[in-house]
Structures are given as C-alpha cells and as structure tokens.
Design a protein. Structure first.
Length: 385
C-alpha cells in the first residue's frame, strides 16, 4: 500500500533558557492512502509537535533539526513524494489548508469572533480555489465553451481566449479593465464562496446551514463550532486531514458525533486519509486503522489497531492499556510508576527505562531501533531484538 505521508527520523528541539528541550527524537512512521492513523500518548509526549513539524508551523524557540517528511498526494504515484522540509515557505502556504488541512484542538481559538461563519469558511475556499470560483462566475469550463454570454458575444475578447483557458485569474483582471459591470467581481466571488459554504455545512449535518452562515461563533454550541472548524478544513478538498485533539474538549455525546462524522466523511471519500492525534485510547480503537504510541518524544510501537490492542509489545503500551478502566473492572487500576522525564535532560537510551520493570543494562545506553515483530507491527524495545 502506498504512503500519503512518510516521516523518517524527525528531530525537533526547543531552545529555552533552561536548556534544549529535545521534543522529538528521530520519530518515524507512515500514513497509508485511504487510512486513518492515530498518534497516541500522554500530554507532553510530542504528538502536537509532530503535526506542527509536518505543517512547519513550529513556533519559536522550536527548530526542526533533521529528518524527512515525504508527502505523496497521488495514490497512483509510486515515487517517494515531496520532502516538505526542503520546500519554501511560499510552497507550504499553498499546501496548508489545500492538500493538507488541520483541525485544531480548541475551536474558540481557531474561529474569528467578529467574522460570520460563512465568511470564515469562504475565506479558506477563496484562498485556495479562487480560479475555480472565477470560472464558475464567468461560466467558463476547460473546453472554452459556455463563456460568460456578454463576454463571448463580443469579438473584442477573442484574443483573450487562450488566457481564459490557462490563466483564468489573469483573464479576469483583463476583463475588469474592459467590462465595467465586472468591477464588483470580488462581491460575486464572495457570494459564490458563501454558496459553497452552505453546501459544505449541509454535508456535515448542520441544520439550517443557510442561516448558520450568517451567524457568529458565539451563537453556536461547542459541537457546532467544531463542525464549522471541520468545514473550514474541508473547504479546499484536502487529501490529508490532520485532527489535533479535535474532540478532547467536547462532552462524550458530541465527541461520538464528531468521530462518526469523520468516519462518514471518509466513507463518502470526502476525505482520503486522516492523521488523528489523541490521548484517548478509546477514540483510537473506534476510529483508526493503524496507531503509533509515543512516549517522551520517541515512538515506542506502531501497528494495526487490532494487533496493538490485543497483543501490545512495548512495556509502555502494556502499562498504558492496563491503566484504562474496563467495563468489568476487577481490583484497582494499575498506574505507571515514576514520572515523565524532563526532556531538557532525558535519560540515555530508552527514555522509558527508569519506569520499566524489564529494563536491561543496554536499555540505559542506546535507544533501541524499531524492530518488526509481526506483519505491519513494529516495536522499539530490546526485548524483541
């Protein structure tokens, strides 16, 4: 199966007054085309830093020190893909919200309180799909037929025919100079984008979308705001959706609705692939095909959800699963002894060894490489080397 995203040896550090925080230590995993990959772990383990490194929006004093992030939007393309870490900021600006979209954890922080819902969804659509909107307004298709009637009827515009086919944005600017009634084209663009916003909200199951587009974020509930954030992320029809703790601040009922919505969008091929960031193992079990378990900036174990839940290999994964309440819980819940290490001075070798009951001498010296223990199941532990 081809990979839409392939991360190799990703290293991200934060340079603080206390010292260098080694947030990501050679993190490697891949996301398959058409699948949902879950990245799970405790708060502060590096999940959000990983996705911010992918999008290259790591805030200062964070620095991406090394690694490769290969992105292959075309599932039929067998090539390695584009290394995002070698691209310019201009390239990344075009990519963010276009081929790759991201849902952030807190919808109140993601939404602008003084813009209507429709304007905020339309903003993303206009930024990434302006040419499509212009073609729709002018009645232009790729064959050159059905040109805007008042334009095509006038021989004055025949020299612009080639420009209309290949550069509709530049074509429109030329038309504005020659056709007075097109000088309010920006209003037409916004109107067309608002229509698209209504369609998108209806797809996400929001009632009365034609009224919702004219309301402001404070008029909506938490679950509705999260749906609007998803609508903004989907406005440009991305091939990869990154959801960073998208359901963590919602109550259980609304959380279930959002997860069902994501699964439904994937089933309808509105989204191709999803990278889901969460600390909730129940969400992973319900939603994901494959999962990676992170601890203190390292990836401990990666595998299919069913394999990892039924037969966990890494001591940290086992301890994490043992700490989750069961429906028929017998005895006290097990806790993980010790504390999460300070990443300014993390332990040498495996960062989990101070809390691990199976630690050996070499665990304290060199971090173990990922080892394949089963079909599509890898673990970084000397118990399996």
């Amino acid at each position: 199966m081809t990979h839409i995203l392939d991360i190799k040896d990703l290293v991200t550090n934060f340079y603080t007054y206390e010292g260098v925080v080694k947030a990501l230590n050679k993190v490697s995993f891949h996301v398959n085309h058409g699948s949902t990959f879950g990245l799970v772990g405790e708060s502060g383990c590096g999940k959000s830093v990983t996705v911010r490194s992918i999008m290259q929006i790591v805030q200062s004093p964070g620095v991406i020190e090394g690694g490769e992030i290969h992105f292959s939007p075309d599932s039929d393309n067998g090539e390695t893909g584009i290394d995002l870490l070698k691209q310019t900021e201009r390239f990344m600006q075009d990519l963010r919200g276009n081929k790759i979209s991201m849902i952030f954890q807190e919808p109140n922080a993601a939404l602008n309180p003084i813009m209507t819902i429709g304007e905020q969804i339309a903003e993303s659509y206009v930024f990434h799909r302006k040419n499509q909107i212009i073609e729709k307004i002018l009645g232009l298709d790729r064959t050159g037929e059905n040109l805007f009637p008042k334009v095509s009827a006038n021989p004055l515009f025949l020299p612009l025919y080639h420009l209309a086919l290949h550069r509709p944005d530049a074509f429109l600017l030329e038309l504005i100079k020659k056709v007075p009634f097109l000088r309010n084209w920006d209003r037409a663009v916004l109107h067309t984008a608002i229509e698209k916003s209504v369609e998108l909200l209806a797809t996400l199951g929001i009632p009365n979308p034609d009224k919702i587009v004219h309301q402001y974020p404070h008029n909506l509930s938490g679950g509705m705001k999260q749906r609007v954030v998803i609508a903004i992320a989907l406005a440009s029809e991305p091939v990869l959706l990154i959801a960073d703790e998208a359901t963590s601040n919602l109550d259980v009922t609304v959380q279930a609705q959002i997860l069902d919505l994501l699964k439904d969008l994937k089933k309808k091929n509105i989204i191709s692939s999803i990278l889901l960031i969460t600390h909730d193992l129940g969400v992973v079990n319900e939603t994901c095909d494959r999962v990676g378990v992170m601890y203190a900036g390292n990836l401990c174990e990666v595998g299919k959800v069913t394999d990892l839940f039924e037969n966990p290999k890494h001591p940290y994964t086992k301890a994490l699963l043992d700490s989750v309440p069961k429906i028929r819980q017998i005895g006290d819940l097990k806790s993980i002894a010790g504390n999460v290490p300070n990443l300014v001075n993390p332990p040498l070798g495996c960062r989990f060894h101070p809390r691990c009951g199976h630690a050996m001498a070499k665990c304290k010296e060199v971090f173990p490489e990922m080892t394949i223990v089963d079909d599509d199941h890898e673990v970084a532990c000397y118990l399996y080397h």
